[in-house]
Write a protein that binds this ligand. Structure first.
Ligand SMILES: CC(C)(COP(=O)(O)OP(=O)(O)OC[C@H]1O[C@@H](n2cnc3c(N)ncnc32)[C@H](O)[C@@H]1OP(=O)(O)O)[C@@H](O)C(=O)NCCC(=O)NCCS
Length: 156
C-alpha cells in the first residue's frame, strides 16, 4: 500500500549561489549595516563557515537564513534573519534548533553570539533557547556605538 506522505513545508539546507539575491534582500531589510552579496559569497567559500537557509518547500523561496562558524569546539552564530513578511512563524527558531543540533553533532561545548542590547526580539528568541548573557562588549557596533550582549549556550 502506498504511504501518502505530505511534503515537508520548510526545509533547512545550505545556501546556494541562486539564493544570493533573496538572502541579500532579507539582510538589507533586517540590519542597520547590512552585508553585501560579496560578503555572503566569501562566507560560502570559507571551510569553517556555514550559511543555511530556511526554504519554503512549495514556493522554493528563502524565508530565513543563518550564518555560523565552527571554530574548534565552539559554534559562533554571526547572523540569523527572517524575511519581515514571514516573521513570528517559527523560522528563526527552526534555524536556531538546526544550528544547536549541528553543534551537538560536532561535539561542540557551546554556542556563542553577540546581540545588540536594544534587540528585544532577538534577546527573547535566544533566551527561549536557554542562551544566557555572559558579558557586554561596550560600543561594539561601529556605526552607532551600541553595546553588544555576549550570549552563550552550554551544550554539555
Ligand atoms: C529576531 C528575528 C530573527 C526573529 O525571527 P522570527 O522568525 O520572527 O522568530 P520566531 O518566529 O522563531 O520567534 C520565536 C520567538 O522569539 C521571540 N520573538 C521573535 N520576534 C519577536 C518580536 N518582534 N517581539 C518579541 N519577541 C519576539 C518570541 O518569543 C517568539 O516566540 P512567539 O512568536 O511564540 O512569541 C527577526 O525578528 C529578524 O530577522 N530580525 C532582524 C534581524 C535580527 O535582529 N537578527 C538577530 C540578530 S543576529
Amino acid at each position: 500500500m502506498a504511504v501518502n506522505k505530505a511534503p515537508q513545508p520548510f526545509l533547512i539546507e545550505p545556501m546556494r549561489r541562486g539564493d544570493l539575491d533573496e538572502v541579500v534582500e532579507i539582510e538589507r531589510v533586517s540590519f542597520r549595516s547590512p552585508w553585501s552579496g560579496q560578503v555572503f559569497l566569501e562566507e560560502m567559500s570559507r571551510d569553517w563557515a556555514h550559511v543555511d537557509v530556511v526554504r519554503d518547500a512549495v514556493r522554493g523561496s528563502v524565508v530565513a537564513f543563518g550564518n555560523y562558524w565552527l571554530v574548534a569546539d565552539e559554534v559562533h552564530l554571526l547572523n540569523v534573519a527572517t524575511d519581515p513578511r514571514a516573521r513570528r512563524a517559527g523560522h528563526a527558531s527552526r534555524m536556531l534548533a538546526h544550528i544547536i543540533d549541528f553543534g551537538r553533532r560536532h561535539d561542540c561545548r557551546l554556542v556563542t553570539l553577540e546581540v545588540r542590547r536594544s534587540n528585544a526580539a532577538a534577546l527573547r528568541l535566544y533566551r527561549r533557547f536557554a542562551f544566557r548573557s555572559v558579558g557586554i562588549r561596550p560600543n561594539y557596533y561601529a556605526e552607532d556605538q551600541e553595546d553588544a550582549i555576549v550570549m552563550l549556550l552550554d551544550l554539555d
